[in-house]
Design a protein around this ligand. Structure first.
Ligand SMILES: Nc1ncnc2c1ncn2[C@@H]1O[C@H](COP(=O)(O)OP(=O)(O)OP(=O)(O)O)[C@@H](O)[C@H]1O
Length: 310
């Protein structure tokens, strides 16, 4: 199937000279939930802006459902709903009018029943006549989503949808995202949280320093990220790893005082009990054991180094 969004060599250099996107290639599949994961300043918002035509790319191209997002801007943009990180709406307007107006902006005919449905889906119906400024922060976020959905887009972008929201809103947000996906809407969200990507996304892209360094099915990525390290502090230093321990592919560090074993924390058999049993059989005593789970930051660093080495 033809991808719904096709990004080729996308570049953005800001007037300051900062290269926020360094040639990104990516195809978004029709109907998937795609999470763009990366630390602060990685280029996530710039990338969304460049796809939606809000940021002028300095190189490359983007097609949305076959429409070039510069040449055929209106056609491309009409297919996209965008929920930005920041609130950008008239604070004195009512909730219902805001959402209905947004539909009109895309040249869609009036459809009060649809606006009602969108407001109900987002638990905003009771607030329909309130002015935006009277709403709580969480409610305002919901309005931004309603606004993005008012013209029935095929693609929804959510820029850090759960940054600073409470548990209830987060849960509602995910329920809504799943419902939209079931209706065939393609969803692209940005996040700092690996757990969020794990829970929600079909695929994950990792962006660092303006480069998309990895795109992977979530299940495959989680396997890679599930690596954990066991460190065995030895009572007596070893000159070398005994051949009887070859199966575990250990590393001997700290001048022979530590054995390091990397395992998959999701695996049914981690190999840890058998390793400890074998150490005992070989008469290798240890003074302490500790485990270490890679943090997202370390994983990012590893990915970047791995890429440089390659
Ligand atoms: N208008 C601008 N002018 C100059 N530099 C900018 C501009 N907008 C963003 N940048 C820079 O481009 C880089 C990428 O910013 P961007 O907002 O895309 O990152 P992000 O991954 O969305 O970060 P965050 O997770 O913090 O939202 C950052 O270094 C940022 O300072």
């Amino acid at each position: 199937m033809q991808p719904i969004i096709s990004i080729k060599g996308l570049q953005k250099t800001y007037a300051s000279g900062h290269r926020a996107l360094k040639g990104v290639d990516l195809d978004i599949r029709r109907g998937e939930i795609f999470a763009l994961l990366g630390p602060n300043g990685a280029g996530k918002t710039t990338m969304i802006g460049a796809i939606c035509g809000l940021v002028n790319a300095t190189g490359g191209s983007v097609t949305v459902d076959g429409y070039d997002n510069v040449r055929d801007y209106r056609e491309a943009r009409a297919r996209i709903g965008l929920v930005p990180q920041e609130l950008n709406t008239d604070q004195f307007e009512s909730v219902r009018a805001t959402v209905a107006f947004s539909r009109g902006l895309f040249g869609r005919p009036r459809n009060p029943a649809l606006v009602e449905q969108v407001l109900r889906d987002l638990s905003l119906w009771d607030k329909r006549d309130n002015e935006i400024r009277e709403l709580s922060g969480g409610m305002k976020r919901r309005v931004m989503i309603a606004k993005a959905l008012a013209h029935e887009p095929d693609i929804l972008f959510l820029d850090e949808p759960t940054a600073g929201v409470d548990v209830e809103l987060r849960r509602d947000m995910w329920a809504m995202v799943r419902k939209l996906r079931d209706r065939g809407v393609t969803i692209i969200l940005t996040t700092h949280y690996i757990e969020e990507a794990e829970e929600m996304a079909d695929r994950v892209g990792v962006i660092i320093g303006g480069e998309l360094i990895l795109v992977e099915e979530t299940s495959v990525l989680m396997k890679k990220l599930g690596r954990k390290e066991l460190i065995v502090q030895l009572a007596e230093p070893l000159p070398a790893i005994p051949p009887e321990l070859a199966d575990w592919h250990l590393e001997l560090t700290a001048e022979g005082r530590e054995l390091r074993y990397v395992f998959d924390r999701h695996a049914e058999r981690t190999g840890v009990p058998s390793l400890l049993g074998r150490l005992r059989d070989l008469g290798i005593n240890f003074s302490d054991l500790s485990t270490h789970q890679s943090s997202l930051e370390e994983i990012f660093v590893d990915l970047v180094h791995g890429r440089r080495a390659a």
